[in-house]
Design a binder for this molecule. Structure first.
Ligand code: PFF
Length: 451
């Protein structure tokens, strides 16, 4: 049987960008930046994306397209030794864990879409927004229903397959997302006092920079670019032989960064405009923003309603293109490795994520167990974004940089000599030395072994 593939190069770029652009950009990036000093964090983040993220993305593309297999099998195939599959297995596991807690937040967006449509934010005070979010997120039932709905949508698209499900949905959703985010950013920047928010985004305060900021920026870069768990390498296994890996990686990196910065341009000017501090943490976009929308457009309730509706639709779409990619990594693996049909494989993945999703959701309210003083939800976020993804990235660097034949990398980057890849020596240098050393140093420092 022929392996599934994307129908066009632009389809491949949009699908990969769809994976990258998600809650990481619009929910996680602004609060990580807010908590870590704004522009200083962003500069370090940009360095992580372009110096480390891009080469690692190209390396993941190389593994996927060369092996023509999902990440759980690709490393073993290329190495001719199934022991190497542990790199891919680590990714499959990370995908499962992320999908569980990620779908919880994705589900919240649906609640907020409904609240926007029914004008549920009208006439609320700031305290009401805090209380409403807490009551909702700690409720044992409602968020779980939304979580199930979100997993169901994801499941539905994944079983439709690579071309008719993943590629088609990305081709529709990504352009809508771009339009929405640009419109919202323009609206936000024209609010009174928006310039304070811009200053926060653009004026670095290096006094806030410490080891934690570096780990935060690196974890954010991996998470946001969907790196370190073979998501993009699974997608690359569906790339055509004429897709240029370097160019695709650059497009994905630029789109992802653009959306994160635009999300910042929506959130910070709006927050500062109504005098709200931007360091509200994960609840920033669920407590601060509805409040901001109300206050900013309070005089014109219809505008407030439209603005919040568009924002949460944007968030839901962005989340959906990412949950699809997380789901695909595991579904494709089960399908290829155990030769079970795509439908059955997808059902197993959805079933597992329903369980971890429900546990994550309950851990924010009814279930108060702590793991290393973190809730189950926060534990999954910490272990995946800050440990598993950077570790996966490190292993990919070592595999492609040191183990895989240089000629294989060169062939993939140049599409068998048909194109130029003048950046090849620097790419190899980063994979072999710079990125592994930088990731290790950031880890070691964070774990306190240097002090
Ligand atoms: N990149 C996605 C985001 O920014 O929301 C999250 C994600 C998707 C992480 C896929 C990892 C992954 F493999």
């Amino acid at each position: 049987m022929d392996r599934a593939s994307f129908g066009s190069k632009i389809g491949a770029i949009l699908a990969a960008a769809g994976s990258a652009v998600g809650l990481g950009n619009i929910w996680r990036f602004p609060y990580e930046a807010g908590n870590h000093g704004g522009a200083a964090f962003i500069l370090i983040y940009l360095a992580c994306v372009f110096i480390m993220g891009m080469p690692i993305m190209i390396a993941e593309f190389t593994v996927g397209r060369r092996a023509k297999a999902s990440t759980g099998r690709a490393f073993g195939l290329l190495a001719n030794n199934s022991k190497w599959n542990f790199i891919g297995m680590l990714g499959v596991l990370a995908g499962l864990l992320i999908l569980g807690y990620y779908s919880v937040v994705a589900g919240w967006t649906l609640e907020y879409i409904i609240a926007s449509v029914t004008n549920g934010f009208a006439d609320k005070t700031p305290e009401d927004f805090v209380a409403a979010f807490q009551t909702f997120s700690q409720d044992p039932i409602r968020p779980v229903i939304w979580l199930l709905a979100f997993l169901f949508f994801t499941h539905f698209i994944v079983v439709k397959g690579v071309k008719d499900g993943i590629e088609k949905s990305a081709k529709i959703m990504m352009p809508v997302l771009f339009i929405l985010i640009v419109v919202l950013a323009i609206c936000s920047m024209t609010l009174p006092n928006a310039s304070k928010g811009l200053e926060f985004l653009l004026k670095p305060d290096f006094s806030k920079v410490n080891a934690d900021v570096f780990l935060g920026a690196m974890g954010q870069a991996f998470f946001s670019l969907s790196l370190g768990m073979g998501c993009l390498s699974t997608y690359a296994s569906y790339f055509g032989s004429d897709t240029r890996l370097g160019k695709t990686a650059l497009s994905v990196g630029v789109i992802d960064t653009f959306v994160a910065i635009l999300a910042g341009l929506i959130i910070f000017p709006a927050a500062f405009s109504v005098g709200i501090q931007p360091d509200a943490g994960p609840s920033l976009i669920f407590i601060t923003l509805p409040n901001v929308f109300q206050q900013a457009f309070g005089g014109i309730p219809f505008l407030a309603m439209i603005f919040s509706l568009l924002f949460y639709v944007l968030l839901a779409l962005a989340a959906l293109t990412s949950t699809i990619s997380l789901h695909e990594v595991v579904t494709a693996y089960l399908n290829e490795r155990f030769k079970i049909g795509r439908n059955r494989a997808a059902m197993l993945v959805t079933g597992f994520c329903i369980v971890t999703g429900i546990l994550s959701s309950l851990s924010l309210g009814a279930w108060d167990a702590k793991f290393f003083s973190l809730s189950f939800f926060d534990l999954l976020d910490f272990v995946t974004a800050k440990l598993m993804l950077p570790l996966g990235g490190l292993l990919v660097c070592l595999f492609v940089g040191w183990y895989l034949k240089r000629s294989v990398s060169y062939e993939e980057l140049t599409n068998y000599g048909l194109q130029k890849a003048t950046y090849f020596p620097i790419y190899m240098f980063i994979l072999r030395y710079f990125a592994p050393i930088a990731i290790t140093l950031i880890f070691v420092n964070e774990l306190g072994w240097l002090s």
